[in-house]
Design a protein around this ligand. Structure first.
Ligand code: ATP
Length: 230
């Protein structure tokens, strides 16, 4: 579904990614794991079109994304939940969740919202509340639901556990499992390897802008856990 080949990303003189190649097949959950500055967000941001590729290519369902801006990539079926959640603080929970659904047929958006409210009851319980009144974990649910609101084929989750208490890491994990049961293909990044490895089929261990190793979760577990403490 997603094929990144020899991708390079640079910020001025800083090389953030060097010759990075990864693949995500339909139905898989793939994890990018690595410490601070490994290049995980740069890879996600290059896939959604927030940062340009300096070299290499990104293909989604066989189509080269190079010339497509962020909205076109979203319309193709790439959903995104950013690091640090970045919800709209003064909008209500429901407004946040529906804020990306322009272009989604209304009946579909409503049906999807009803599904999400069933999976994440706080979306209806707190629907009218301003999002800034929610806890970090609750805000992560809103960010997840906003990303899912466009019915993406591929869901990108950038550090969904960042700053969350263990109880919320458990709840967000359960929400991600629910999305997996629905058949969503997921590419997620995490510094916290331990809980993230429980959700993934395969993983890429990144360090200093390069992929150090890839494999099934069992194959890379030890290295991934070691990177967590770098
Ligand atoms: P984190 O968990 O801290 O977000 P990460 O693995 O997602 O880490 P990136 O954020 O992709 O890593 O950063 C990769 C490298 O690129 C780092 O050296 C970082 O300092 C640098 N970098 C990231 N964004 C920028 C930017 N906007 N301008 C300059 N350098 C940047």
């Amino acid at each position: 579904m997603l094929k990144v080949e020899r991708l390079g990303v640079r910020y001025g003189g800083i090389t953030a990614l060097r010759e990075v190649s990864i693949e995500v097949q339909q139905g898989e959950t793939v994890l990018l794991v690595g410490s601070n500055g490994a290049g995980k967000s740069s890879l996600i941001n290059a896939v959604i079109g927030l940062v340009p590729a300096a070299s290499g290519s990104i293909r989604f369902e066989g189509q080269d994304l190079a010339k497509l801006a962020c909205p076109a990539r979203a319309r193709m079926g790439i959903g995104y939940s950013p690091e640090g959640r970045r919800i709209f603080r003064s909008l209500s929970v429901t407004e946040n969740v529906l804020s990306s659904t322009l272009g989604v047929p209304q009946a579909k958006a409503r049906e999807n919202l009803a599904w999400m409210q069933q999976v994440f009851p706080l979306l209806s319980e707190r629907g009218d509340q301003p999002a800034n009144q929610l806890s970090g974990g609750q805000q992560q649910v809103v960010a997840l639901a906003r990303a899912v609101s466009t019915l993406p084929k591929l869901l990108l989750l950038d550090e969904p556990f960042l700053g969350l208490a263990p109880v919320w890491i458990g709840r967000i994990s359960e929400a991600i499992r629910e999305l997996q049961r629905r058949g969503t293909t997921i590419l997620m990044t995490e510094q916290m390897a331990r809980p993230a490895l429980k959700l993934a089929d395969r993983a890429y261990v990144m360090r200093s802008g390069e992929v150090r190793r890839s494999g099934t979760v069992d194959e890379i577990r030890e290295l991934a856990l070691a990177e967590e403490y770098l």
